[in-house]
Design a protein around this ligand. Structure first.
Ligand code: ACO
Length: 324
């Protein structure tokens, strides 16, 4: 049986650091409010890098680590909701920037904070089916452009960043064991951002600025419940028990959400990876950025079972298990 094995990981964050203290001078907030409610202390903000620049830099690092040539990539899937162009896709821009062979398939997936796991699920299915041998899966978002910087309830939560993995279809026990993606569009108003498209001369609807709107309280409760169910789904599907999980890498939105999930699974703190204190919520970038940091720190070892869970606008949610 073919499995999608991770051959390399990579990530990219912009150099500019925006601390909670700096936000205090922009909106009525405090370091204490932000860090106690979310766990976030600082985040990165893109200055010159576009979404595709960030994606390409993360992907370049993943390719380098994997030893796979851009000429051998058959498929590029990018999870993002902040592409700088309506078309071509961010995936096509990455293909061009990295010199990935003409003829490879390339497209973006829109699933907000679940974007990377959605992209992983799609790539995994192509790899298992046999037509695709090597795939590049990227999660990237540049939320600094999608924020209302006067709205303290959202602008303190997000940051910019990207992460990527190179997958290869290989026989054996290692690789993606299970992956599940879901959505429930009826709750879209809980968490959304208009795209900022211009009204046409014939438009009867009011134009709305491109900015995130979120019902934080409700989103919080649904996120805890839904991510708990998503983890159960992957455990039931694979027979993995909570004690077999070497590392859980959850979407990095809020430390209180992550702690609630950890307590439900009865996992010790050292088996749950977090880096939201440094990067905030980077949306689709969050999970692959955390995975790359965990791998570089030696927190993911040969044969380890690594679990992933995400939740975001849509509403969307997803989970996956990988044997490293
Ligand atoms: N600084 C100071 N005070 C603030 C701030 C701020 N930055 N933001 C809100 N407040 C105030 C509110 O106005 C409110 O004041 P009031 O009581 O006088 O009305 C008070 O703080 C409490 O606000 P709550 O919204 O109830 O605070 P809560 O404890 O729920 O925390 C938060 C808010 C951090 C947003 C939390 O609800 C959360 O993390 N929600 C989930 C976010 C999430 O997971 N999103 C999904 C992924 S994102 C994606 O898909 C794009």
């Amino acid at each position: 049986m073919l499995r999608s094995r991770v051959l390399g990981t990579g990530s990219y964050v912009p150099e500019k650091v925006l601390t909670n203290a700096e936000l205090e001078s922009m909106v009525e907030t405090s370091d204490d409010w932000i860090s106690s409610r979310t766990g976030i202390r600082e985040r990165r903000v893109a200055v010159e890098e576009s979404t595709s620049d960030m994606a390409a830099r993360a992907a370049k690092a993943a390719l380098k680590e994997s030893g796979v040539s851009p000429k051998d990539i058959d498929l590029i899937v990018v999870g993002t909701v902040t592409p700088e162009m309506a078309f071509p896709s961010t995936a096509c821009a990455v293909q061009s920037q990295l010199g990935i062979r003409a003829g490879a398939a390339a497209f973006d997936v829109s699933a907000a904070c679940s974007g990377f796991l959605y992209a992983l699920d799609i790539a995994d299915k192509y790899l298992k089916a046999g037509g695709v041998k090597k795939a590049l899966v990227i999660g990237v978002d540049r939320f600094s452009q999608l924020l209302d910087w006067k709205d303290r309830s959202t602008c303190v939560l997000f940051g910019d960043g990207a992460g990527a993995v190179v997958l290869s279809a290989e026989k054996g026990a290692k690789g993606v064991l299970s992956c599940h993606i879901h959505a429930d569009g009826k709750h879209w108003e809980m968490l959304y951002a208009k795209s900022g498209l211009q009204p046409s001369p014939f438009d009867k609807r009011e134009a709305e600025p491109a900015a995130i709107r979120m019902n934080g309280n409700e989103t919080f409760k649904i996120a805890v419940r839904t991510m708990g169910q998503a983890i159960k789904e992957v455990l039931d599907d694979t027979g993995i028990k909570p004690e077999d999980i070497a590392l859980l890498i959850p979407h990095q939105a809020n430390l209180r959400i992550i702690n609630a999930i950890r307590e439900r699974l009865d996992l010790p703190e050292d088996r749950v990876f977090t880096n939201l204190d440094k990067f905030g919520n980077t949306s689709a970038g969050s999970i692959p950025l955390a995975l790359d940091e965990a791998a570089k720190q030696g927190r993911v070892k040969d044969g380890d079972i690594v679990l992933f869970v995400a939740f975001g606008g849509g509403l969307t949610w997803a989970s996956a298990a990988i044997k490293w």
